[in-house]
Design a protein around this ligand. Structure first.
Ligand code: F6R
Length: 609
């Protein structure tokens, strides 16, 4: 939530900040602002609305001169989106400007304290408290003032700070919100993530919780919260700028859907050698793997839906209890975790606050943490005992697609790896699944060739206002993702139901013309799926079915419309099945004129509770 970027160097800062913010806009987009220090002092410009509004206001940055500055794109938490609540927030004298991602939990007490000392406030934000507090403690050294404030603020924050009395220094601070530093020859950056700065540098430092950094044109210094100097490792990011650009596609979401075969090849192929799953430098030894007595999968949103499929797959492969918990619930439910519990944490961003909190709780209870993460060096990756990266490349669209697919593939690889060591699979079945995993990218390419059919169905159904996704077992788990994808980008109300549950209440909502997306990919339960299709059709539903090619003929006799996927091993069906559902949501949202990459009220990385 919220994107921040800061630059100090020998070029004009404002255009660079605007460009960085454009790449971070997926993190929040209800208002934006910049503060730049130049010959005429510290200039602040901010505006409610998309970044374009700010950019027009400051003539693409030409209207504000200076070679040091900070910028922000906001997803409002405290205070409605408005010009005044936008960041940067400045102190009463206008000397200190702050951009912030996160929430200051004790801002009300701090505000009361400052108001008691005569400090006037202009916004409703928690961030203004930070700017005012820094000024309150400022006595000529901005780093020291920030250090003092850090001991008084509680909550989550990534902060970029400038002070007009020390116009050659940028200060960066992080706790529980992502922040990286980008290092260049004659410039340095701070940013919420690598996409904002990859155009300028690939050398980055990942800041740890409680750390501060001081950036000048010629160098970067990092400190712990006692302001003692700390040495940091510099990482080299190896992906290309094109990965974070639309490359001719109208939307990132569509580009990312199309990238799935390649993302799967990157994720899966290097981990299969001579027909065996291998994880290099894997931190779990075979003895531990054999001793695991329970797997807990913890995640949010689509990553949680991966966990739902994962439960079916892992339980089938390992005959071991697998529980799936929403990260936001996990830490409040007194979970049963011990040293033989493997806690699998799934997160694209690696920064989701609820997931991070669940990870810490699981660790506290003694569990071993294995995370499946896309963003290298993210907080969740760093705090886990073992990390398996998904190598999907940067995912920019708010609605996840390629991260979901690659997470699922990693869960399957993990299941196979464990099954080998726990001897729960026959050689033959193991070989079959490996073979199908290797074929998955090309089968996915076949699915992506049938976009025209899906476009046709989208044109039939885009004006519906309520949709049900039904399925059993893995098809139910798949339906959860299909339903989320549709509602988040098209704003159509949709729900996923385990088909057997319909008759316990939901079926009363089915009437003439209700769209039911019936998921019937799972061979073992095809007959059951068929009877549910008949059941809803007889109540007037319009049924769009998703099934495998070998069941097309039979399904075609009953369903009103049908999308097919190639056959594969049953474990991998959701990996193929999800793609038509992503495309259906995409085309429906397109036909409804929705802002596909930036759906209302959402942000890509959810770093608030
Ligand atoms: C939906 C979506 C979200 C995320 C969720 C978790 O399309 O993208 O539901 O899956 O916010 O995010 P990560 O995986 O970054 O922890």
């Amino acid at each position: 939530m919220c994107g921040i970027v800061g630059y100090v160097g020998n070029q004009e800062a404002a255009p660079i900040l605007l460009d960085g913010l454009a790449r971070l806009e997926y993190r929040g987009y209800d208002s934006a602002g910049v503060a730049v220090f130049g010959n005429s002092g510290l200039k602040v410009a901010k505006a409610k609305g998309r970044l374009r509004v700010l950019s027009d206001q400051i003539q693409e940055g030409r209207a504000i001169q200076g070679q040091l500055g900070i910028g922000h794109t906001r997803w409002a938490t405290h205070g409605a989106p408005s010009d005044v609540n936008s960041h940067p927030q400045v102190s009463q004298s206008g000397k200190i400007a702050v951009v912030h991602n996160g929430i200051i939990e004790n801002y009300a007490q701090l505000k009361e304290f400052l108001v008691g000392h005569g400090v006037p406030f202009t916004s409703e934000t928690d961030t203004e408290v930070v700017a005012q507090m820094i000024e309150y403690f400022y006595d000529g050294d901005i780093l020291k003032a920030v250090g003092r404030v850090l001991h008084r603020i509680e909550g989550a924050y990534a902060l970029g700070i400038v002070c007009s009395d020390e116009p050659d220094r940028l200060i960066a601070v992080r706790k529980d919100s992502p922040l990286i530093l980008g290092l260049g020859e004659d410039f340095n950056f701070l940013a919420s993530d690598v996409t904002a700065i990859i155009k300028h540098t690939r050398d980055v430092i990942y800041m740890e919780d409680g750390e501060l950094a001081e950036l000048t044109q010629t160098g970067v210094r990092c400190y712990n919260n006692l302001l003692e100097s700390v040495e940091k490792e510099v990482f080299h990011v190896d992906w290309e700028i094109d990965a974070a650009e639309k490359g001719g596609y109208e939307h990132f979401m569509f580009k990312e859907i199309m990238e799935q075969p390649e993302a799967l090849r990157r994720t899966v192929f290097p981990r299969i050698k001579d027909g065996e799953v291998i994880f290099e430098d894997f931190g779990l030894d075979d003895d531990y793997i054999r001793q695991i007595n329970k797997i807990y999968i913890v995640a949010c949103g689509s990553s949680y839906h991966v966990g739902m499929v994962g439960k079916y797959n892992l339980e089938q492969l390992l005959r071991l209890p697998v529980e799936v918990a929403l990260a936001s619930e996990f830490r409040y439910m007194e979970p049963i975790v011990d040293e033989r519990t493997l806690v699998v944490v799934i997160s694209q961003s690696g920064e989701t606050l609820d997931t991070m909190a669940a990870l810490r709780e699981a660790k506290r209870l003694g569990g071993k943490i294995l995370s499946i993460v896309n963003v290298v060096g993210s907080s969740i990756a760093r705090e886990s005992d073992v990390v398996l990266y998904t190598w999907a490349g940067p995912e920019i669209a708010v609605a996840t697609t390629k991260a979901y697919s690659t997470q699922l593939a990693v869960v399957d690889l993990l299941g196979l790896y464990f099954a080998r060591r726990r001897e729960t699979m026959t050689e033959e079945r193991y070989g079959q699944v490996i073979q199908e995993l290797l074929l998955l990218p090309s089968k996915l390419e076949q699915v992506l060739e049938s976009t025209q059919d899906i476009q046709y169905y989208a044109s039939q159904y885009f004006n519906h206002d309520s949709v049900f996704f039904i399925g059993r077992n893995m098809d139910y788990a798949l339906g959860l993702e299909g339903s989320l994808k549709l509602k988040e980008i098209s704003y159509i109300h949709s729900e996923a139901y385990a088909s057997g549950e319909l008759k316990h209440g939901t079926i009363s909502l089915i009437e003439d013309g209700t769209l039911v997306v019936a998921l019937a990919t799972y061979d073992k339960l095809f007959d059951k799926a068929m009877s549910n299709v008949v059941e809803v059709k007889s109540r007037g539903a319009d049924v769009l079915a998703l099934t495998t090619k070998n069941h097309a003929e039979e399904m075609g006799k009953t369903a009103n419309g049908m999308i097919t996927i190639p056959t594969t091993d049953e474990l991998l069906l959701p990996s193929l099945g999800v793609v038509p559902l992503q495309l259906l949501s995409y085309y429906i949202a397109l036909m409804r004129g929705c802002d596909i990459d930036k759906p209302r009220n959402l942000a890509k990385s959810v770093t608030v509770e």
